[in-house]
Design a binder for this molecule. Structure first.
Ligand code: ZN
Length: 458
């Protein structure tokens, strides 16, 4: 699906966002999927492939790909209070049925859609391990293999995060029957992790981390064992997404989830705390000081009615963050960033909360921060650097939303005004996967996705 012709070639951008800021007349050499050279203030040469505006690819630090298939299926009012917990029941009914081929079909379309909006690496927080009866597949990594196949088909880079899930509530409560496809003991999980690591070695540039699902689903001893299994690989955990989770944690141990984790575990730059929605200012400052990444998923957090992240104290303390498409109810880099800022504006009756200083652009500071934090969370180098992956995208300079913009306001035009309609070409590891905003395999992936959805919802 990729265009091999782009390997070993040079891309030229009239303007590109490099780690040091905007640069003009930027030539980027690409060889074997890696950036081999970057030079600014160099006019295009005849063989260069020319584009107007170049941006580093964005990491999607938190995805449950299969949930793309239930997008739009949980938006009718239920009999009782509609909440995250009723949404979760819909999700459990959906996952009762899905098989490895269906998972691959759904994930491949989701990943193609991610590429279309500028995501070039996905952190797949993968908990759907067992067959519908709850038994291990003959190959315990069968469902992970489906995720890897989907990543390979779409061309997105993968940080695979197999999830350890053992309990149905704080303090080691028994899991519910609806959770039977997720559950392991530590020995079973170690076997899965070994199989996943072997399989991932066959995939270009894949990274395997470890994901304790949440403090609801693991005990303290299990969490320590999982941190040891991860070694230097990324560790991701859902935390403090819902008020009920905070209340249950307080009832269990007298401390709040983020407070407990920072007290009890060696949380550092290798960790990603997904959501971390409900924090006191003290917790926010402590999380920032740990160097861990806050994995923010504003579209999903809005869709699920989770709440709003404590951005002001976290950012003031230098906290690191990235964005994730999580439930994949909508997949769109610019929409995630727009909601990141708009949530803060609505909650705080303030503007430009995410801008780091007077005169700074909200769109640019969010974009740069999310590129850096997302890459950190997924275990790769951030931005366009020599020796790093050639993961980048171009924006259509003729799009009306970019008219009249200077370099310092291009990203505001993209995030707040243009949206994904302004995204033109996307390369992952130097291979062009998206042209004119469309993934090269969109038609076939979408046709297969429609067939699978028909079967799953019949
Ligand atoms: Zn999640």
């Amino acid at each position: 699906m990729g265009e091999r012709a782009n390997i070993g070639r040079t891309l030229h951008f009239a303007n590109a966002l490099l780690p040091g800021g905007w640069a003009s007349d930027v030539r980027i050499g690409v060889a074997d999927g890696v950036v081999s050279a970057i030079a600014a203030d160099e006019p295009a040469r005849p063989d260069d492939e020319r584009h107007a505006i170049g941006l580093p690819g964005m990491s999607n630090l938190h995805s449950h790909a299969f949930q793309r298939g239930m997008a739009g299926l949980a938006e009718s009012r239920g009999a009782s209070d509609d909440s995250f917990w009723t949404w979760r029941e819909t999700m459990y009914r959906f996952v009762d049925r899905i098989d490895p081929d269906q998972l691959q079909a759904i994930a491949a379309l989701a990943y193609a859609e991610m590429l279309e909006t500028g995501f070039t690496r996905v952190g797949e927080f993968h908990y759907l391990h067992h067959d519908p009866k709850g038994d291990a597949y003959a190959d315990p990594a069968c469902m992970s293999q489906a995720i890897m196949a989907a990543a390979a088909e779409s061309g997105i880079a993968l940080t695979h995060l197999p999830v350890f899930y053992a309990h149905g509530g704080f303090g080691g409560a028994a899991p519910s029957p609806a959770q039977r496809r997720f559950v392991h003991d530590l020995d079973g999980f170690a076997a899965l992790l070994g199989a996943v690591r072997s399989a991932a070695a066959q995939l270009t540039d894949a990274i395997v981390g470890v994901a304790p699902h949440s403090l609801r689903a693991v005990t303290a001893d299990q969490l320590r064992a999982l941190a040891a299994m991860a070694g230097t690989a990324p560790i991701h955990i859902h935390i403090a997404e819902q008020r009920r989770e905070v209340d249950d944690c307080l009832a269990w141990c007298g401390r709040r989830p983020v407070e407990w984790l920072l007290d009890e575990m060696p949380v550092d730059a290798g960790w990603c705390l997904v959501h971390a929605t409900h924090m006191t200012p003290t917790e926010a400052v402590r999380l920032a000081a740990s160097g861990a990444v806050a994995g923010l998923c504003p579209i999903t957090e809005a869709n699920l009615g989770d709440g709003i992240f404590a951005a002001a104290p976290f950012l003031a303390a230098g906290g690191r963050f990235g964005i994730g498409s999580d439930s994949n109810v909508m997949i769109d880099v610019t929409e995630e960033l727009r909601w990141l800022e708009y949530g803060q504006r609505l909650a705080g009756q303030a503007r430009n909360v995410w801008a780091s200083a007077p005169g700074r652009s909200s769109g640019e500071d969010m974009f740069i921060g999310a590129v850096a934090g997302g890459a950190q969370a997924l275990g790769v180098a951030a931005g366009l650097v020599v020796g790093g992956a050639a993961d980048l995208f171009s924006v259509d300079a003729e799009h009306p939303s970019l008219a009249g913009k200077s370099l310092s306001t291009i990203l505001d035009g993209l995030v707040f005004a243009g949206g994904r309609g302004a995204i033109d070409t996307v390369w992952c590891r130097g291979e062009k996967r998206v042209s004119g905003g469309r993934h090269h395999a969109r038609d076939e992936l979408a046709a297969r996705y429609r067939r699978v959805l028909s079967a799953l919802t019949a």
